[in-house]
Design a protein around this ligand. Structure first.
Ligand SMILES: *Cc1c(COP(=O)(O)O)cnc(C)c1O
Length: 498
């Protein structure tokens, strides 16, 4: 075993990892990265097929971000945001507010005026970005609506991070049950999962389940019932928390076009603030336009397809694709292009104003982190935004999205591929024992893990979520590299599952 791997085994405790399994084999030790390619300490090369757990946008060692960091290092790496301002954080806040204000497609259904996200609270990671949104919603509601203990509604299967507040908003039993005694109670409502929808009795087909579903938006009805009953009891929800377009850690579960707009209109109509967790979906991940409308006539009601006005900037956030303006926008993973831990929670002037007062009123938002507004992170974030907004990056993203869509079509020939679901540059492939019956593998069989291990042997790195294999390549991935990722997945499914 390599001496560095030995040190790891001796001392490093890895996240979300059964360390007994980890210690059975020599870990891959990464020493270098260029574009989509990572190199390990023994010289073997890999493709980074999940963008280093969904963080990397433009590839590793990008010259523009590297140069921005070097420039900033020549000035100063970090100064405190307690009592001091700095240039990159001020500029980044302004740029984020501008990016969040890009109008998505026309939203004729929207009944209420949209808030503008002009205030930016920086923190360190996705969990803290959500903690900030949670605390601000809680305190804003207490102050302005006189509710004693504001309540939150989230989605089944939701994941919003691992700090105690973020865990309280989440609804993944496997992760969260053990800590139940530490958590506050929050409610969950049905989220769409077309492939396993209890209302959709259509037989499985060799297509994304959103396309062959036959439904009357029963899942929207569930949200409406939940909101109605809370309002009727005189205790409406303070906040509605959701990942727009696709729930990531739930298993890359996409929402059919139109769901987001419908439920957020309902939630806002019931007075809830909209808390959008775009930690995974933000910064162009979900593409510029939605998956095509269902092709079969009469299968489902027509949703609103995204049509961008010519010459308007591409929306960077999933909410914008359905014309939804949330009251809170939580950003992290891709914020610095995947270089440094930094997060942001965007919110409105209204929320900000509720924390204004004389010093001795103590209306201050008593929350903060030592590295809030970190100068290096903000410099990387600015460089990443500039890249994202360049027409070259927009075109590359569109091309890669289309290439992946046609390449993954070949996966349907495997009887162990149940669902292939793509939103922009995120793909979840759900493995099943038998596609005709959608029979899941037992988690104990570790089907997803074994397939990803086989992909690793073929030089493609990604991680599964249960039985869902994730492909989420950096935007600089070439069609040839994308083809190698898809081929490795196809071959590994055949090898491992037969
Ligand atoms: C990863 C993730 C988080 C947590 O972010 P960390 O940076 O890991 O704390 C929160 N929400 C979503 C949707 C995520 O994907």
């Amino acid at each position: 075993m390599h001496p560095i791997a030995r040190l790891d085994h001796a001392h490093v405790w890895h996240p979300f990892t059964q360390m007994r399994d980890w210690q059975k084999s020599e870990p891959i030790v990464i020493v270098e990265g260029h574009g989509t390619v990572l190199r390990d300490i023994r010289g073997k090369e890999y493709l980074d097929a999940n963008s280093s757990i969904w963080t990397n946008l433009h590839g590793h060692g990008h010259p523009t971000i590297n140069a921005a960091l070097r420039r900033q290092l020549g000035k100063v790496a970090h100064t405190s945001a307690l009592g001091l301002a700095n240039e990159p954080a001020s500029r980044l806040a302004a740029e984020l507010a501008k990016a969040a204000a890009v109008a998505g497609p026309a939203a004729p259904r929207s009944p209420l005026p949209a808030p503008r996200l002009e205030k930016v609270f920086f923190s360190d990671d996705g969990s803290t970005a959500m903690e900030v949104a949670l605390k601000l919603t809680y305190e804003f509601t207490r102050r302005t609506k006189g509710q004693k203990s504001p309540r939150f509604l989230g989605l089944q299967g939701a994941y919003h991070g691992d700090t105690v507040g973020a865990v309280s908003l989440g609804h993944i039993d496997l992760f969260h049950k053990a800590y139940a005694g530490l958590l506050f109670k929050s409610d969950a409502v049905m989220a769409p999962y077309c492939y396993r929808c209890p209302f959709n009795r259509a037989k499985p087909e060799r297509a994304d389940a959103r396309e062959y579903r036959r439904c009357g938006w029963e899942c929207v009805g569930k949200v409406e019932q939940k909101l109605d009953s809370a309002t009727r009891r005189g205790n409406p929800y303070a906040g509605f928390v959701f990942e727009p377009l696709m729930q990531g850690a739930a298993g890359m579960i996409p929402q059919p076009t139109g769901w987001l707009k419908r439920v957020t209109d309902l939630a806002r109509g019931h007075g809830a603030l909209l808390i959008a967790d775009e930690v995974m979906t933000g910064f162009g991940r979900t593409g510029g336009c939605r998956a095509e409308e269902p092709k079969r006539k009469g299968a489902v009601e027509k949703g609103s397809t995204t049509r961008m006005l010519p010459g308007s900037p591409a929306p960077l956030f999933a909410c914008q694709q359905e014309g939804v303006q949330p009251d809170f926008l939580a950003l992290a993973k891709g914020l610095t292009g995947g270089y440094l831990p930094m997060a942001a929670t965007l919110t409105t002037q209204d929320v900000f104003d509720a924390f204004l007062g004389e010093y001795e009123d103590f209306k201050t938002f008593f929350h903060g982190h030592s590295f809030t507004g970190n100068q290096l992170g903000a410099a990387a974030g600015l460089a990443s935004l500039r890249l994202l907004e360049s027409s070259k990056s927009v075109a590359a993203r569109e091309k890669l999205e289309a290439a992946l869509r046609s390449m993954t079509a070949s996966l349907w020939t495997s009887p162990h591929v149940g669902d292939v679901r793509q939103v922009g540059l995120v793909i979840g492939v759900e493995l099943v024992r038998d596609w005709k019956k959608r029979t899941p593998f037992d988690l104990r069989e570790r089907a997803g893990i074994r397939v990803c291990e086989a992909m690793g042997r073929r030089g493609v790195l990604t991680r599964p979520i249960g039985n869902v294999v994730v492909l989420m390549p950096p935007y600089c991935t070439t069609p040839a590299q994308a083809e190698r990722m898809v081929a490795a997945l196809r071959e590994s499914v055949d090898e491992v599952l037969g």
